[in-house]
Design a protein around this ligand. Structure first.
Ligand code: NAP
Length: 309
């Protein structure tokens, strides 16, 4: 029987692991399908305190993992398939194996939001991608026009990163103003290799028949005018959806699927705590996720030390 299982190894999960390990709770940390979480797919993280020169996202997560392991956290590559939180000990099935635990910290993060187009699905990994750092350097994208969809910090970051490889980056945004932070907006719009296309949505990714991306059909939402823009790749960066499907009907969530805490990090089920992007639709920063992981670990430690257990 575990004292605490932590689901997720992003900033929230690994910070919870550091704290619960240091509290001698011997945490079992289950990675899910993306060890290190979304930050491993980013390039330089410039706003994590303590790194004045910035830090590579993958390196930051590797360091957090080492720090957690140094204090005894056990990190296991496994994905939870089902949960039974109806009574303690809680029962989880991870990669076919049953795990029983006195408490659970959910830090399952978020995944990439999709445009929802049939052509997007059919051309996934054939020129459609959700991660410039992972795929931007592929030969198929070199010296070719590329499209980034979105207007937030992620879209700006992707667009800037892709200017290393692309001939031109078209930044397609559905409004005429970016949502990104001021510093990212200024850098993006000042980059001569980035051409914004305002008030525009992608209605189709071409060309399914050729089984590769050759362009996008764009619609101006103000004029309804349609054009086809040639490109070799489409990088979708339109935000995230929380990875909370397992908890449908079990824990409280808002209409977008973010888990709701009842008090601090505690959910309505005593012994179950939430942290990071799976429960944060407001801040969604690496440092706030780390802070939430710390809070969940402290709440969990107090719960286990109380008479309730
Ligand atoms: P976001 O801030 O939610 O922005 C999503 C963007 O996609 C918005 O511009 C939105 O348009 C657009 N969008 C959403 N759904 C769409 C759809 N169906 N079709 C077309 N466009 C759509 O997401 P994010 O950029 O991934 O950022 C998430 C969080 O991470 C933010 O808090 C951000 O600050 C943080 N972040 C920070 C950094 C950094 O500091 N370096 C880097 C990446 C992310 P509207 O603007 O019209 O809503």
């Amino acid at each position: 029987m575990e004292n605490v299982v932590i689901m997720g190894t992003g900033c929230a999960g690994l910070t919870a692991a550091i704290y619960t390990a240091r509290a001698n709770l011997n945490p079992l940390v289950l990675t899910g399908t993306m060890p290190g979480g979304l930050l491993t797919t980013t390039s330089i993280v410039e706003n994590f305190p303590g790194f004045p020169e910035g830090v590579d996202g993958f390196e930051l997560m590797s360091r957090l993992q080492k720090q957690a392991e140094r204090f005894g956290a056990r990190i296991k590559f496994a994905t939870v398939e089902s949960v039974d939180l109806s009574q303690r000990p809680f029962k989880l099935v991870a990669d076919g194996e049953m795990v029983e635990t006195k408490s659970l910290i959910i830090a399952t993060g978020a995944g990439h939001r999709h445009l929802g187009l049939e052509s997007e699905r059919l051309l996934d990994k054939k020129g459609v991608t959700y991660c410039a750092t992972c795929d931007g350097a592929l030969p198929m994208f070199r010296n070719k026009p590329l499209v980034v969809v979105g207007g937030g910090d992620s879209a700006c970051e992707e667009a800037m990163y892709l200017t290393r490889f692309a001939s031109t980056v078209y930044l397609v945004h559905r409004r005429d103003q970016l949502r990104a932070s001021r510093i990212m907006e200024e850098r993006t719009l000042a980059n001569p290799k980035i051409t914004p296309i305002w008030d525009t949505v992608v209605t189709e990714i071409l060309d399914v028949k050729q089984d590769k991306v050759t362009g996008v059909r764009l619609k101006n939402v103000k004029t309804n005018g349609e054009v086809v823009q040639d490109c070799a790749g489409v990088f979708v960066a339109i935000g995230h959806v929380p990875n909370t499907r397992l908890f449908n009907g079990v824990l409280d969530m808002d209409e977008a699927g973010y888990l709701k805490a009842a008090c601090g990090s505690a959910t309505k089920v005593p012994g179950v705590f939430v942290a990071g992007d799976c429960s944060d639709r407001v801040y969604r920063q690496a440092i706030t996720a780390a802070g939430m992981g710390c809070a969940a670990a402290i709440d969990c430690e107090r719960f286990l030390g109380s008479d309730e257990t």
